[in-house]
Design a protein around this ligand. Structure first.
Ligand SMILES: O=P(O)(O)OC[C@H]1O[C@H](OP(=O)(O)OP(=O)(O)O)[C@H](O)[C@@H]1O
Ligand SMILES: Nc1ncnc2[nH]cnc12
Length: 186
């Protein structure tokens, strides 16, 4: 185990799993902002991403609302790279791109603003599950002719079907839910 990630690994082992209409959903500071977000865990997330990705030439981090935001904030302060949030609200700006997002338990609309053509982008989120959110945001980034440098997530579910999803994603941990408990796959 990467020692940088130990605070994250430790806290994940006690994450409760709840049933969201048949979808086993883990609850953790990383993915939900509750029961608590530990500064040590946020620091580990930022450090873990920095160990894996070169942010030197990155212009902007792009974080879907809501649970990408605290990771993008930690990463932004650690790297000096600014970030924009893909909001769940429309601002009506002329270049705004609307995104339809579907997860394993719901759907909503997202709106991309603030990314320019040619911007070198790292997409930051908490969890990769079905991959639909990342796929939809990537399509919007392609619409504005941004250059996608990398996609980073804290946790990648390995117990979910991502048929047709072929993007390369850098994850700090692969995880799965077994018998109602969150497991790190080493
Ligand atoms: O791979 P997927 O199946 O698309 O799931 C991943 C997405 O689901 C969660 O967002 P959610 O829409 O629940 O919003 P939140 O960030 O506000 O909790 C999470 O933050 C990811 O963005
Ligand atoms: N908190 C979470 N737990 C499990 N699956 C998820 N997919 C998106 N968010 C999730």
């Amino acid at each position: 185990m990467d020692p940088t990630l130990e605070p994250l690994a430790r806290s994940l082992r006690s994450a409760p799993v709840v049933d969201r209409d048949g979808y086993d959903y883990f609850v953790h500071g990383v993915t939900d902002g509750i029961p608590i977000v530990e500064p040590e865990v946020l620091k580990a997330v930022a450090a873990g991403f920095r160990e894996r990705i070169d942010f030197e030439s990155v212009d902007v981090l792009v974080a879907p609302e809501a649970m990408g935001i605290h990771h993008a904030t930690a990463l932004s302060t650690a790297t000096g790279v600014p970030f924009v949030v893909v909001r769940k609200r429309s601002y009506g700006f002329p270049d705004e791109v609307a995104i339809h997002q579907e997860t394993g338990y719901g759907e909503s609309e997202l709106f991309l603003n603030g990314v320019e053509a040619g911007d070198r982008v790292v997409l930051v989120d908490d969890v990769l599950s079905t991959g639909h959110t990342i796929e939809a945001v990537c399509a919007a980034l392609e619409d504005v002719d941004a250059e996608l440098v990398d996609i980073v997530v804290v946790l990648r579910r390995v117990d979910r079907d991502r048929e047709g999803f072929e993007r390369s994603v850098t994850a700090l941990f692969d995880v799965r839910v077994v018998d109602g408990r969150l497991e790190i796959v080493e």
